[in-house]
Design a protein around this ligand. Structure first.
Ligand SMILES: CC(C)(COP(=O)(O)OP(=O)(O)OC[C@H]1O[C@@H](n2cnc3c(N)ncnc32)[C@H](O)[C@@H]1OP(=O)(O)O)[C@@H](O)C(=O)NCCC(=O)NCCS
Length: 312
């Protein structure tokens, strides 16, 4: 058995903070509505920064925390559904900016808000055939450039940011993962490059129903696979889409106070970046310590979901 060990994390968000009150100046919405429905007070939006800028800073911080240098990295994956360009990939840009060796496996993957967990799974598999022992996995989004700023149903929910992790394969560890896909182009979809204006389209209620179904079920499946109870899990880190989705799962599963981490209040939904940003906050605050048992679940457009239970 082999599992990834996360050795260091990093995060980076754009400087500009956009509060609910600011959105309420141009939209028919309010802090009370947004916070009450989602748990979000503010988010960061890029101004001059690009996704590659955010990803580079998060990656440098993760490498510093892990005490690895660019020459140690054998795999570099970027999870994103809002890349700066369709091609070259953000991972390719990172190879140049970070000075990773030319034979590093570098590519972007798109699994929407579950992207970081798909990235960790893929990087762990690729490391088995890598000449060097470390992988860099970055979740990065600049969703502000895809938002229709006149659509109050969607534009209040999302934010920009990047989170990164450096990991290696540890042959002495075990972990359990699950992945799911249910093709649905209506509940939530993003207009890509083309003649139509970029925008995120969403049936909020359908996405909410999907999320509460898969989060609870995924956690139960992972606990079964691991052979433990929720009580024996130190921290649950779900995709930070909405406070009500997380609170619903925590209540249904009988979680203890604070066991399900939440930080969407100041980030909004940063899609593929939300789980690594959360892990980095927890690691740097000292709440996440070596040996802890962590359970992560991501879900989003696709519909796509993923979960993993592992040791920090
Ligand atoms: C989006 C979401 C917060 C909407 O909450 P809801 O309780 O389902 O609200 P509804 O969509 O039914 O809308 C209720 C009313 O609020 C209005 N409304 C929608 N957005 C609003 C906003 N930002 N401010 C004020 N009112 C708003 C609607 O127009 C509707 O008005 P109406 O009753 O006059 O038609 C909720 O459905 C949700 O969280 N869904 C999951 C979204 C998600 O997490 N997506 C990303 C997944 S990765």
């Amino acid at each position: 058995m082999s599992a990834p060990q996360i050795l260091g994390t990093g995060r980076c968000v754009p400087e500009r903070v956009v509060t609910n009150d600011e959105l309420g100046r141009t939209l028919d919405t309010s802090d009370a509505w947004i916070y009450g429905r989602t748990g979000i007070h503010s988010r960061h939006f890029c101004t001059a920064e690009t996704g590659a800028d955010l990803a580079e800073t998060a990656a440098r911080r993760a490498m510093e925390a892990a005490e690895v240098s660019p020459g140690d990295i054998g795999v570099c994956l970027t999870a994103t559904c809002s890349p700066d360009r369709a091609s070259p990939s953000t991972a390719c840009t990172l190879q140049g900016r970070l000075g990773l060796p030319e034979d590093t496996v570098c590519f972007d993957l798109n699994a929407a808000c579950a992207g970081f967990l798909y990235g960790v799974h893929t990087a762990h598999a690729l490391l088995a055939a890598s000449p060097r022992p470390y992988a860099l996995v970055v979740g990065v989004e600049v969703l502000s450039r895809l938002l229709d700023r006149t659509d109050r149903n969607t534009c209040v929910l999302f934010g920009d940011g990047a989170g990164a992790a450096v990991l290696r394969r540890d042959e002495g560890r075990q972990w359990h993962t699950l992945f799911g896909t249910r093709a649905d182009g209506h509940a939530i979809w993003v207009q890509g490059p083309g003649p139509e204006r970029a925008a995120i389209h969403m049936d909020g209620r359908a996405v909410f129903r999907f999320a509460i179904e898969v989060v609870e079920r995924s956690i139960r499946q992972l606990l079964d696979a691991e052979g433990c109870t929720l009580d024996q899990v130190d921290l649950v880190v779900c995709h930070q889409a909405n406070q009500r989705i997380i609170d619903h799962a925590a209540k249904k599963l009988g979680a203890r106070e604070g066991q399900f981490f939440k930080n969407m209040e100041t980030y909004g939904n940063t899609s593929a970046a939300s789980i690594p940003i959360a892990l980095d906050e927890l690691a740097r605050s000292g709440a996440l310590r070596p040996g802890m048992r962590v359970l992560c679940v991501g879900f989003g457009a696709g519909l796509t979901w993923a979960g993993m239970i592992f040791q920090w």
